[in-house]
Design a protein around this ligand. Structure first.
Ligand code: T5A
Length: 209
């Protein structure tokens, strides 16, 4: 039996991460892996879901400082890593997570322009060396991603940001792809079927088994 792996999906809003997550679950099932834990960030635990509600709330009548947002992302992440992800892997289960720490480097580092060294220090103190075995980065032009997201109705606090915020976020994602060997890009602007095939190709090439 193969060692359980931790797979992450990253990308801007509307890139198709939820759609890819389902494709990955089916793929693992076809490979005979039935014990799969899925999760999302921020969220995935009681504390994490409370943080998710706060950071996505577009009605909060108080400015959320970028540093507060950064720390909330890591508070949610510590809860998820320690209470869900590590125990699942130790129990022989695979884990697939919708977003992980690359989101923080991209959104808070790129989008909010927080010094990456500050994020790295908080990262090291929070989860240290713990990292995914494979990260699928779904690359999309922010305008297209936001148009897809807008099709679902009300926008959250992030989705109300100007397109420039998402352009900075995408630029940071692309820098991360260049420097992180476990981060594999797919072109998420293609059709659902085409993107699914690209994601499965990345999994096949990922030497996961
Ligand atoms: N955040 C998160 C940070 O700032 N820092 C952090 O550290 C972390 C962890 C979380 C927010 O928090 C921020 C980033 C986010 O703003 P979220 O809801 O988890 O919010 O993330 P979103 O990206 O907003 O989720 P979305 O649901 O918008 O994006 P998905 O999951 O990528 O998109 P999906 O699969 O739901 O698809 C969206 C729509 O597009 C269609 C789907 O059917 C759906 O209607 N679609 C396609 N249409 C055409 N062609 C394709 N290829 C399509 N793929 C999907």
């Amino acid at each position: 039996m193969s060692t359980p792996k931790f797979i992450v999906i990253e990308g801007l809003e509307g890139a198709g991460k939820s759609t890819a997550l389902k494709a990955i679950e089916s793929y693992l099932s076809e490979k005979g892996i039935s014990s799969v834990v899925t999760c999302r960030e921020p969220g995935g635990t009681l504390m994490g879901e409370a943080i998710r509600s706060i950071v996505k709330d577009n009605t909060i009548d108080e400015k959320i400082d970028s540093r507060t947002e950064l720390l909330l992302m890591y508070a949610s992440r510590i809860q998820l890593v320690e209470n869900i992800i590590k125990p699942a892997l130790a129990d022989g289960k695979w884990v697939v997570c919708d977003r992980f720490y690359y989101s923080t480097f991209a959104y808070q580092g790129g989008g909010r322009d927080i010094d990456v060294d500050i994020i790295q220090n908080i990262h090291d103190a929070s989860i240290g060396e713990f990292k995914p075995d494979l990260t699928v980065y779904m690359d999309i032009d922010p305008k297209l991603g936001l148009a897809r997201a807008a099709g679902r109705g009300e926008l959250d606090r992030f989705e109300l940001e100007k397109v420039e915020f998402f352009e900075r976020t995408r630029d940071m994602y692309l820098k991360l792809v260049d420097t992180s060997s476990e981060m594999k890009p797919v072109d998420a602007s293609q059709s659902i079927e085409n993107v699914r095939e690209q994601v499965l190709q990345v999994l096949e090439e990922g030497a996961l088994f």
